[in-house]
Design a protein around this ligand. Structure first.
Ligand code: PFF
Length: 444
């Protein structure tokens, strides 16, 4: 056990960093289009159920493993598993690889937000009409400019990472997260005042289970996993920086509640606007990048709103990228004894190379495919459909069945016994079972 490991300094810092990891493109870009494509209100209810019954227990499992071992995911499995944990360490290795791969494509989308912010501030986004929007998106994502923005995101990420846990990650999250919440509230109020906002709210909040399919349930579970950053060791590495006084169950519940609140607020921002301007709620991943600029164009002071929105998306994604980097940087430092600075540089070089391949997947490398997928799609597919669910399933299985029950109980205390039992039950049966279903479905 390493005693000189850093710790988050304050309770606010604990929540700001974990919420900073959870809240990102997943809430503001992915959640609205998934909800739009999977039935609005009914999706919302299923999503909340997945967060409560599976998400929160798995966040607790990651916190427990992190704080009990005070190590990165690889080291945590090796220390906590019986007989040296060689086999279990493979799960850790998979988490580290997955974090590098996710960061590679996530930073490309985060880079797109810089371009849209740039164009919003310069006013050029408003010059394009809806017919030209699609072509403009394709031209931009097909060129080298998006490689530049990907590198800029990774460089910003590297600078914060160099600052370390308390001075870098915690300090950045402490001011980025409140700014983000403020911006969200302002944008939501603006959307609620739009003519026809009620139709959007009705779509988003009125559940209609009659047309619900198994696919919608699985989409809700997958979204819950992505949004809570589960299955790779993100919450584990942050848990390893918690002080021994931090209450794990309470922190997990607060993180999940705030993450869900942001996703709901993103829906409240987007759906009234979509309905008010006659756009399609099921437009898919382009909803934010193609539909919203159009909507902003119709609004008075549109470029101010679109600048605020893309700034929000940029800040949210930046704090999530930091949590992904921390997985591999902590691994390099703790298992390979690298200095933090060296580890940050190694991580940067690795991710910038893979990120460039992902960024070019929409242009010069669009025809280079592996298993029929571009690098971007391959990384997205392999991480979201294989590595995250598999990692989450194994983490819950490990804490439910293999980890010494006394460690689980003492890390989760002081929490009422009934709640601890409920969490243990989910980790043993509900979470691995449900995740196994998404996993199988994801591969079919
Ligand atoms: N939870 C982040 C989001 O919703 O954007 C995405 C994410 C962060 C996934 C960190 C995985 C991860 F390790």
């Amino acid at each position: 056990m390493l005693d000189n490991r850093p710790r988050f300094a304050t309770r606010f810092g604990v929540i700001a960093t974990t919420v900073g990891s959870a809240v990102g493109l997943g809430n503001i870009w992915r959640f609205p289009y998934e909800a739009g494509a999977h039935g609005g209100g009914a999706f919302l209810i299923l999503y909340i159920a997945c967060i409560a019954f599976i998400g929160i227990p798995v966040v607790c499992a990651e916190f427990v493993m992190g704080r009990a071992s005070r190590l990165n995911i690889f080291g945590a499995f090796r220390t906590l598993a019986p007989r040296g944990g060689r086999r279990w360490a493979v799960v850790g290795g998979m988490g580290i690889m997955a974090s590098i791969m996710i960061l590679s494509f996530y930073s490309v989308v985060a880079g797109w937000t810089i371009e849209y912010l740039w164009q919003s501030v310069a006013g050029t986004l408003a010059d394009i009409d809806s017919a030209g929007r699609h072509a403009a998106f394709d031209t931009f994502t097909g060129g080298w400019r998006c490689v530049m923005w990907t590198i800029v995101i990774l460089a910003l990420n590297g600078v914060i990472m160099l600052g370390g846990v308390q001075k870098g990650i915690e300090r950045a999250s402490n001011w980025l997260m409140p700014v983000l919440f403020l911006l969200l509230v302002v944008l939501a109020v603006n959307s609620l005042l739009l003519p026809g906002a009620a139709d959007g709210l009705k779509f988003f909040f009125t559940p209609d289970f009659s047309s619900m399919t198994a696919d919608d349930v699985l989409a809700a579970l997958g979204q819950a996993f992505f949004s809570l950053s589960l299955g790779l060791g993100t919450m584990m590495i942050y848990g390893s920086y918690f002080s021994s006084r931090t209450r794990l169950v309470r922190s997990a519940a607060t993180t999940a509640a705030l993450d869900t609140l942001v996703a709901i607020t993103a829906g409240v921002i987007i759906f009234p606007a979509v309905f008010s301007y006659g756009a399609e709620p099921s437009a898919g991943p382009k909803l934010v990048f193609e539909v919203l600029p159009d909507i902003f164009n119709h609004m008075s002071g549109g470029s101010v709103w679109s600048s605020a929105f893309f700034l929000l998306l940029l800040l949210a994604s930046l704090t999530s990228t930091i949590s992904m980097s921390e997985i591999s940087v902590a691994y390099f430092c703790e298992q390979w004894r690298m200095k933090r600075r060296t580890a940050v540089v190694v991580n940067f070089v690795l991710v910038a190379s893979l990120g460039t391949l992902c960024a070019l997947s929409f242009g010069p490398l669009a025809h280079r495919t592996v298993f029929g997928m571009t690098f971007f799609n391959l990384f997205d597919f392999v991480t979201s459909n294989v590595m995250m669910p598999l990692g989450g399933m194994l983490i819950s299985f490990f804490t439910g069945w293999i980890l010494d029950r006394r460690i689980l109980e003492s890390e989760l205390s002081p929490t009422p016994r009934a709640i601890v039992r409920g969490i243990a039950f989910s980790l043993r049966y509900v979470a691995p079972g449900a995740i196994a279903i998404i996993f199988v479905n994801g591969l079919l």
